[in-house]
Every structure is written in structure tokens, then in C-alpha cells.
Design a protein around this ligand. Structure first.
Ligand code: SAM
Ligand code: SF4
Length: 323
């Protein structure tokens, strides 16, 4: 098991497989994906080595993310590799859902356990304003197909932004009344490129929590290794609401995840000051030396991020690492 000096255990890997994205979400890539250097993303053998190394260190869950992971032609093979790795119990993906309706049957067959789709508004006009794309209906159809296919764990990620979607709660509540989906509202996080957007749009999730509790929602008790999200249920709703509040006190106490970028760098935190290069170990598909490098790096994991001091580390936007 991977541990740090603060007694936390890390059983969850977020693996980015590309930083390219086809959307231009205003809080992430407002000018769309800009490619300034040639990209050499991890190939399928390197991915196999990473997942295997983490699994041998006690990782139970892998989330494939990006950029937009479903832009990769080998995405289904990547999911299959994760699923086939001894020790991995849960395979998840985070996607903007642009081709979900076409792909979800294939993903289900590959063994996908959990699906997160980013939808910041259920109003098609607002959705287009935020993401630059008019694809909401198609994405929602993809989610309904995932539910039909019995994907066990379906979640929506909605980033809270004051000037855009602060009043979306009732739309989402109507939508989850009869759908087994968890809608997770995420507090906007500051990134290197996003200071101005952050200043204009950051909303504390606490007000939403108070509103939920006032409306009869109950906070669900979560397991020790469940990570920092808070979750709420209500007897009149099939779905649940989640809140991710990275600016709240003690948020990092339950950190259970490590990240690897699409270029093979291990990030001990989403807002770490550097990524630790694993590429030389991965290129030679050397699981043992990859394991040693990961273990050695753990000594440097900080107790928490410093977003409250507006320190965003090397993360210029979350598409570079996957959120
Ligand atoms: N493209 C995929 C997607 O949008 O789901 C995966 C990558 S995206 C970077 C992962 C998650 O990070 C998304 O749910 C997105 O909304 C969230 N995200 C991006 N920038 C963010 C920010 N500044 N603050 C909070 N969440 C952010
Ligand atoms: Fe792309 Fe996801 Fe960033 Fe939106 S949040 S621009 S979909 S990487």
C-alpha cells in the first residue's frame, strides 16, 4: 500500500491519456486547445506498465481522464487493459461525453464500472455558452444509455461559476428525481491561466450545502477511503447530490489519489510544483523501477494544496492533468 508521512493511504490513480480537448470550457480552455510543442502521449504499453505498477502498490481504482480521453482511438483498449490488471477493482472514466452515445456500449463491454460526465448546465444555451458546443441533448442521451446498460456508478460533474450556472440546482434536482445518477457540484479551482475567471466566478459550495440540508437532504456517511467529496441523499429522489469543496478546511485530509499526466509525470497533488518524470521507466516497460520511483516520490507529498494562498503550482489548466 502507498502511504505518506501524514498517514494517508493512496489506492486511487487518475491517469491522463491526452491533454488534447475538443471543447473550450470557459473555466478550463477558454481559447480551446493550444498545441505549442509536439506531443508524445503515453502509448498503450506504457499505460499497461503504469497501471500494473500502481496495482502492485495497492491501487484498486483507476480513472482515465484528459484533456478529452475519448478523442483517443485506442480508448476502449485502454479501458480493457485497466480492467484486466490484477488488483484493479474499479475502472472509471471522466469525459465531456461528446461521443458517449456512440461509445458507451463498447465501454460497458470493456468492463467500465464508473462514468463521470461533465455537464455544467442542463440549459442547452448555457451549456453552449460554457463549453462552446451545442451537444447537450446528445450527451444526455449517452448518459441514459449508460444507465440502461447498468453502469453501476454514473456521475455528473458540474463546476460552479457565479456568472453562469449558480442557479442550476432545481434543474438538476428534477433531472435526478427518477435517475440513478449523482450530480456533483465542484467549486471552481484557480489555475495558472484562470486567475481572472476565478476572481469573477468562484462560489463557495457551503451555501449549496445549507440549501440541500434545508430541503431535507441528508449527508451520507462515507467510507474512510472514499476521498474528499461529500454526498447527500433524499427519500424523494433516486439520484444523489455531491459537493466537492477544495477550499474547505481539512479537504486534503482524506486525499486518496495520485495522478499521472499523459506525458508520464507523477503529480503528488493536482497543484504540485512539479511532476516527477516516470518516462524512462515506462519506455522500457520496467515495472520494478517504476514502482521504486513512485515509492521514492511519496516522501515529498505535501500535507495539503495551498489554493487558499492562490498558489496553483505547475497546473496552468486542468486539461493538462485531468482534474
Ligand atoms: N474533458 C473531460 C471532462 O471535461 O470531463 C476530462 C478532463 S476535465 C479537466 C476533468 C474535470 O475537471 C471536469 O469535470 C471539469 O469540469 C473539471 N474542471 C476543469 N477545470 C476546472 C477548474 N478550474 N475548477 C474545477 N473543476 C475544473
Ligand atoms: Fe475539455 Fe474537460 Fe477542459 Fe472542458 S473541462 S475544456 S471538456 S478538458
Amino acid at each position: 500500500m502507498l502511504n505518506d508521512q501524514f498517514g494517508r493511504q493512496f489506492n486511487y490513480l487518475r491517469l491522463s491519456i491526452t491533454d488534447v480537448c475538443n471543447f473550450s470550457c470557459n473555466y478550463c480552455l477558454p481559447n480551446g486547445y493550444q498545441c505549442d510543442t509536439p506531443r508524445d502521449f503515453l502509448d498503450i504499453n506504457e499505460i499497461k506498465t503504469i497501471v500494473n505498477s500502481f496495482a502492485k502498490l495497492g491501487t484498486k481504482k483507476v480513472r482515465i481522464t484528459g484533456g478529452e480521453p475519448c478523442l483517443r482511438k485506442d480508448i476502449t483498449d485502454i479501458l480493457k487493459i485497466c480492467k484486466a490488471t490484477a488488483g484493479i477493482e474499479k475502472v472509471a472514466i471522466t469525459t465531456n461525453g461528446f461521443n458517449l452515445l456512440d461509445k458507451i456500449d463498447e465501454f460497458a463491454e470493456a468492463g467500465l464500472d464508473a462514468l463521470n460526465v461533465s455537464i455544467d448546465s442542463l440549459d442547452p444555451k448555457m451549456f453552449k455558452l460554457i463549453t462552446g458546443h451545442d451537444k447537450l441533448v446528445n450527451i444526455l442521451n449517452g448518459i441514459d444509455r449508460a444507465i440502461q446498460l447498468n453502469i453501476k456508478d454514473v456521475k455528473i460533474n458540474a463546476v460552479l461559476a457565479k456568472q453562469f450556472n449558480h442557479n442550476q440546482l432545481s434543474d438538476f434536482l428534477d433531472w435526478i428525481k427518477y435517475r440513478k445518477v449523482t450530480v456533483r457540484f465542484i467549486e471552481l479551482m484557480e489555475t495558472g491561466n484562470g486567475a481572472k475567471f476565478f476572481e469573477e466566478n468562484h462560489l463557495n459550495g457551503q451555501a449549496l450545502k445549507t440549501k440541500l440540508l434545508d430541503q431535507g437532504w441528508t449527508q451520507v456517511v462515507r467510507e474512510k477511503l472514499d476521498g474528499p467529496a461529500e454526498e447527500f441523499c433524499h427519500p424523494d429522489y433516486v439520484g444523489r447530490i455531491g459537493l466537492i469543496m477544495p477550499y474547505s478546511k481539512g479537504f486534503c485530509k482524506s486525499c486518496n489519489r495520485l495522478r499521472v499526466s499523459a506525458l508520464g509525470k507523477l503529480h503528488l497533488c493536482l497543484f504540485a510544483n512539479e511532476g516527477i518524470d516516470l518516462r524512462e521507466h515506462l519506455k522500457s516497460n520496467d515495472t520494478l523501477s517504476t514502482i521504486n520511483a513512485i515509492q521514492a516520490a511519496m516522501a515529498n507529498k505535501e500535507i495539503s494544496h495551498e489554493l487558499d494562498k492562490r498558489l496553483t503550482g505547475v497546473t496552468t489548466h486542468l486539461a493538462m492533468l485531468g482534474g
